[in-house]
Design a protein around this ligand. Structure first.
Ligand code: UD1
Length: 428
């Protein structure tokens, strides 16, 4: 297995091009199953999750044509054209769905287009129980019959899905994506109440509209969908990755650097920027991106509570905790979305961080300095926290199990070394 090595204590200075969002690219690719015409997606990040999903879509009957952008300087993403003239299989097997959770979302489009689907219960990052009850209850409301058998969800709606009012008791990104896609081809009107309104949901909704779907309330927590008989092809650019941008913003603050995050919309992560300001970073929205700087001043301990959008994202909790390990004072970090998302704590301790856990809270007592260590990536975002800690630590860090990073960060070593980080990969 590959390892990543970082020799810390270099300030990050320069421009980091922000890639297309993984969490938007995946549902967008899945949306291609809703039509027999071609959906062309640009700004697709180079990630193993994208390749895994492409493999599954291929099994279901899609042809996936990928072309690389010529704009290497900006590390522009790829273009992929997805065409599924016919769904040749409605079975999403365990071997693929267990690798990334988002593949489970094919359930919505398969059911809407074919009236039947057999999809393995999902895998993904081990950050909590992550049930799928909201997806299944929502699809039942749309008229589907659901059974569970040997680790698979069997769903059928032989006479098609019927619009309904679905009020989710909690906000779920994946259930919103799945039900939104399913409702586009249902008969009549569907209302999704208490829907997630993450920018990636908005991106999917906008793409569906370009494909001929009728959706109002985009960007709000009530989505109204008038079902149509057929969707058609379209071309859509994947929104910039606010989690990747937030990760590099934290890295810039951590190293006392000066970094321009190119291509990201400040509004998509205002909650993160305001926490970074409170912690002592300077944040400047500029044309086409955001500049993050921190001069020699010490970082200030700052409390954070993870929330659904537009609150502070759980996907940046680990990275922010890494930042707080060297802040002045004690910060309290509360995780409200996933009950088991503190696996990075013991790895951060290996750098000399002082963190104690109290249920859904982590108390981080800032220390003077971190020192490099061999560490192990446990999940996607936790791995990014280890990179951030390593960038500020004295000496060398070796990060094992970097396949977690490759799932969600496009050309990370290239982007960081262009800004002065000493980071390299050793191939297994
Ligand atoms: C998505 C993101 C992930 C992010 C998360 C929260 C993708 C590919 N993944 O994951 O990066 O961390 O949103 O912003 O976009 N829940 C239930 N029952 C359900 C569904 C969810 O109880 O049927 C719970 C989950 O266990 C969790 C909470 O709802 O506690 C939120 O999860 P959800 O928003 O569904 O996360 P994902 O879509 O899995």
């Amino acid at each position: 297995m590959d390892t990543i090595h970082i020799r810390g204590r270099h300030r990050l200075n320069g421009t980091i091009p922000i890639s297309g969002a993984k969490n938007a690219a995946l549902p967008l690719m899945i949306a291609s199953l809703l039509t027999d015409e071609t959906l062309t997606l640009t700004n697709i990040p180079r990630l193993t999750d994208v390749r895994t999903l492409a493999k599954l879509l291929g099994v279901l009957g899609a042809t996936v044509e990928r072309s690389e952008s010529a704009n290497h300087a900006k590390l522009e993403g790829d273009t992929i054209a997805l065409t599924t003239p016919e769904v040749v299989s409605t079975l999403a097997p365990y071997e693929i769905v267990s690798q990334i959770r988002a593949t489970f979302w094919v359930l919505g489009p398969l059911l809407a287009r074919c009236g039947t689907a057999k999809v393995s219960l999902p895998g993904g990052c081990a950050i909590g129980a992550r049930p799928v009850d909201l997806y299944l209850k929502g699809l039942q409301k749309l008229g589907a019959a659901i059974d569970l058998e040997e680790g698979y969800v069997l769903a059928s709606a032989p006479n098609g899905l019927k619009g309904a009012i679905i009020r989710s008791p909690i906000v779920s990104v994946g259930a919103t994506h799945t039900l939104l896609m399913a409702a586009t081809l249902a008969e009549g009107e569907t209302v999704l109440e208490n829907a997630a309104r993450e920018p990636e949901i908005t991106d999917l909704a906008n793409c569906l509209v370009a494909m001929g779907a009728k959706i109002t309330g985009i960007g709000t927590s009530t989505l109204r969908i008038q079902g149509v008989d057929k969707l058609h092809g379209a071309t859509h650019r994947v929104v910039a990755d606010r989690i990747e941008a937030g990760t590099y913003a934290v890295a810039a603050a951590m190293t006392g650097g000066d970094v321009f995050l190119d291509g990201v919309d400040p509004e998509s992560f205002e909650a993160v920027l305001s926490v970074l300001r409170a912690a002592g970073a300077n944040v400047e929205a500029r044309l086409g991106g955001i500049r993050i700087t921190r001069n020699g001043d010490k970082l200030q301990a700052t409390n954070v509570v993870t929330q659904v959008f537009p609150g502070f994202p759980t996907d940046l909790q680990a990275q922010f905790m890494a930042l707080m390990t060297i802040a002045d004072g004690e910060s309290e970090i509360t995780e409200t979305i996933f009950e088991n998302r503190f696996m990075h704590v013991q790895e951060l301790a290996r750098f000399g961080a002082n963190i104690s856990l109290h249920g859904d809270k982590a108390l981080v007592h800032g220390v003077e300095r971190l020192t490099g260590a061999p560490v192990m990536a446990s999940d996607l975002r936790a791995s990014a926290a280890l990179v951030i800690a390593a960038l500020a630590a004295e000496g060398e860090t070796t990060i094992n199990r970097v396949y977690h990073l490759d799932r969600g960060f496009d050309r990370m070593e290239e982007k960081l070394s262009a800004c002065g980080a000493e980071i390299w990969r050793v191939k297994a």
